[in-house]
Design a protein around this ligand. Structure first.
Ligand SMILES: C[S@@+](CC[C@H](N)C(=O)[O-])C[C@H]1O[C@@H](n2cnc3c(N)ncnc32)[C@H](O)[C@@H]1O
Length: 289
């Protein structure tokens, strides 16, 4: 990276955004402000208010190192070690997928299903918990939720446990290194929610380098059709859910209709497809008949 000449926040912002723009980063302004906000101890939308502040040499050096990592392609969330999800600060690192905004739609859909939240205790299974973002967000919003959060990555579970403890909901969540089939107890669960891996193995090489080179493959690769794990979760949930229990799945762009047909053919009822904020069919929900 070229030397940052001026040590004012405004000068550093100007040079950093120009430099990262040349690296074809998607949102260089946001990435730059997120890094500066960390150094300044403010929110990223407030960074511009500090344009005239002068950064100390150690902070300029910290910024230089972080910008180098960004320019190399590392996602800003891994550099910061956290991201925001459903209004919570979730710790992330290369052990887990970075939670995406579309998964907030999945959580909101689960929370909005009032019928499923009437009991004094609601048993929820989160399949492929990763950072634990779904499980902890549900636990924070619904004190009556008792969650089982599953993942086949022990590394991911370590971080998910940290997130649950940090957000004060570890008492509501049991974490287990398992696939759903390993822990099935027929008709014991009220809600199954999952954002499973759904990228076709064939498409792996075509993913953006920021994703392919940094995020765990086990979190993304959904097998030959992309639907291998979704199909397994749908079958297992049919056994685990009580009658009327809800299944909520996040799916890849272009997969929703196929998944909806799959659920109908597995005898689920009330199959619905919900769009994300970008208008893409993203969530498929259903009830066990
Ligand atoms: C797309 S990530 C989702 C992580 C997190 N729930 C989120 O929404 O950000 C999928 C997660 O599923 C886990 N996983 C992959 N195959 C699995 C399986 N067969 N059973 C349970 N978890 C699995 C991965 O380790 C990864 O953490």
């Amino acid at each position: 990276m070229t030397e940052i000449q001026s040590h004012t926040v405004g000068g550093i912002r100007h040079k950093t955004v120009g430099y990262l723009g040349g690296k074809r980063l998607e949102s260089p302004e946001i990435a730059c402000d997120l890094l500066l906000a960390r150094l300044l101890g403010c929110r990223h939308l407030e960074v511009a208010l500090h344009n005239a502040d002068v950064l100390s040499p150690p902070r300029v050096e910290a910024m230089r190192r972080a910008v180098k990592r960004l320019a190399d392609g590392e996602p800003v969330q891994y550099i910061l070690g956290e991201t925001e999800f459903m209004g919570h600060r979730i710790k992330v690192d290369r052990r887990v997928l970075i939670p995406r905004p579309e998964t907030e739609v999945l959580v909101s859909t689960v929370l909005a299903c009032a019928e499923l939240w009437k009991q004094p205790e609601v048993r929820v299974t989160d399949v492929g918990t990763g950072s634990g973002c779904i499980a902890v967000s549900i636990a924070r919003e619904r004190p009556q939720a008792r969650l089982l959060a599953l993942d086949i990555s022990e590394e991911a579970l370590e971080l998910a446990r940290e997130n649950a403890a940090k957000l004060g909901v570890d008492g509501q969540i049991v974490f287990a290194c398992a696939e759903m089939a390993d822990v099935l107890e027929p008709e014991t669960v009220d809600i199954v929610v999952s954002n499973p891996p759904y990228v076709r193995s064939f498409d792996w090489e075509r993913l953006a380098p920021q994703v392919r080179d940094y995020e765990p493959r086990v979190a993304l690769d959904g097998g030959k059709s992309g639907l291998d794990i979704i199909a397994a979760v749908a079958e297992d949930a049919m056994i685990a859910l009580r009658e009327g229990g809800g299944l909520f799945l996040e799916v890849g762009a272009g997969q929703a209709q196929e998944v909806a047909s799959m659920l109908e053919s597995c005898d689920y009822r009330d199959v619905a497809v919900i769009r994300d904020l970008a208008g893409c069919e993203r969530i498929v929900s259903a009830r066990r008949g």
